[in-house]
Design a protein. Structure first.
Ligand SMILES: Cc1ncc(COP(=O)(O)O)c(C=O)c1O
Length: 390
């Protein structure tokens, strides 16, 4: 996959020596800029916008998120707890499958709980009724598989053959919507307006007659709304049209769009040598700190990369032979101690870090590119590694 990172923005003037290494540095002003764009879509499109915590759960910014958006969406019990502990507003929870023992707390925490199939709703009817009898108020939703593939890579396509994500719309019958308040559709990944428009064009006729009985329609995430080339006016128009034509409250739940181009991962070169290629080992590991580099896979953009110069293969300190971040061009070959930074690392990288090989977790810093105030939010140590093992 291609990196979707734009330009470095204010990070072009950030002194990489100001933070420990490795360290995520998130620019609050960039987050606010993204949130303002989404709030504008919300206000003019008449939709509710939720932050998908799975993409960006830097909860030290929860109050900032609340200034712009309606709430958050969670992927299960722990994100739902995080939402209620730190975030504000609406909470929607969706998981492909729930454990019976988790569901009472999820129902108590959430405003909407979305199920993956009518069978699951039926199986948990008793838990739902008990919660309501106890005075809890929540909506029930059903995730649909629109059976219309738009994702460019199968790994990110919830409509792939045999997908476990969502109830196939071709199997949907009116009786499946008994006790259902809303529908959820998520089939995009880092995409513009056109694929959304095509999905909706294919789905809308299949939902004819079903939507009037429902309260809401959630169009999921994957909308790259804050990318410069996103057709925001068209999105606003579509959101309004759906709401007006079908009388439903429309939700979107972007994650990546909130933190797009808003954070870097700063690291340091630990060693260099020549092995037919210029090789550099950094304290940033692809497998531990940017696993999507291997999983997606993609090549993250390097801050200040040159067009011409020395090409250097940068990899991490783990034992994995494939812990390679990519080949990058430097004006002169970096030496041990050289600071580097990869762009657009605030979303997904931060939430996916791990300590394989006992590789330390990156610290987390918040920078205000307007005031230049830098706050160290969190630093991790040996005990964080030890305490998740037995
Ligand atoms: C159900 C659901 N909602 C929202 C999102 C957020 O997507 P993104 O971060 O690409 O906007 C995802 C991502 O996988 C998702 O699965």
């Amino acid at each position: 996959m291609e990196t979707q990172a734009g330009d470095p923005g204010a990070f072009a003037r950030f002194d990489l020596g100001r933070v420990p290494s490795p360290c995520f540095v998130v620019d609050e002003q960039a987050i606010r800029r993204n949130l303002a764009v989404l709030k504008d879509v919300r206000d003019r499109g008449g939709a509710q916008v939720l932050l998908a915590l799975k993409a960006f759960s830097m909860w030290s910014l929860a109050d900032v998120v609340a200034e712009y958006l309606d709430g958050v969406c969670a992927s299960g019990l722990w994100e739902a707890r995080l939402a209620r502990e730190h975030y504000h507003g609406h909470l929607t929870t969706y998981s492909p499958a729930y454990r019976r023992e988790d569901l009472p707390e999820i129902l108590a925490l959430s405003d909407s709980v979305i199920f993956n199939s009518p069978d699951q709703i039926a199986r948990f009817r008793d838990v739902i009724e008990t919660a309501r009898a106890g005075g809890q108020v929540f909506d029930i939703g059903l995730r649909l598989n629109p059976e219309h593939s738009e994702a460019e890579v199968a790994k990110y396509d919830p409509c792939q053959l045999g997908s476990r994500l969502g109830f196939p719309v071709s199997q949907l019958k009116p009786e499946h919507l008994d006790g259902v308040d809303g529908l959820h559709v998520h089939a995009l990944c880092e995409q513009g307006f056109d694929p959304l428009q095509r999905i909706w064009a294919s789905l809308e006729p299949k939902l004819e007659g079903l939507l009037p009985g429902l309260k809401w329609l959630n169009l999921g995430g994957g909308h790259h709304v804050t990318r410069a080339d996103y057709r925001r006016e068209d999105l606003i128009g579509l959101l309004r049209t759906i709401a007006e034509r079908h009388g439903v409250q429309v939700y979107i739940e972007p994650g990546e769009a909130i933190a797009l181009d808003a954070g870097i991962l700063v690291g340091e070169i630990l060693d260099t040598f020549d092995n037919g290629l210029h090789v550099a080992i950094s304290d940033i590991s692809a497998t531990c700190h940017m696993p999507d580099v291997i999983e997606a896979p993609y090549r993250p953009a390097l801050l200040g990369e040159r067009e011409a110069g020395v090409s250097v293969r940068i990899g991490g300190p783990s034992c994995l032979a494939g812990d390679i971040i990519g080949d990058y061009v430097f004006a002169t070959a970096p030496t041990p101690g050289t600071r580097i930074a990869f762009l657009d690392q605030a979303h997904y990288s931060m939430v996916k870090t791990n300590t394989f090989n006992g590789v330390p977790l990156p610290a987390i810093a918040l920078w205000d590119s307007e005031s230049d105030v830098l706050t160290m939010v969190r630093e991790f140590d040996y005990t964080d590694f030890r305490d998740r093992l037995s």
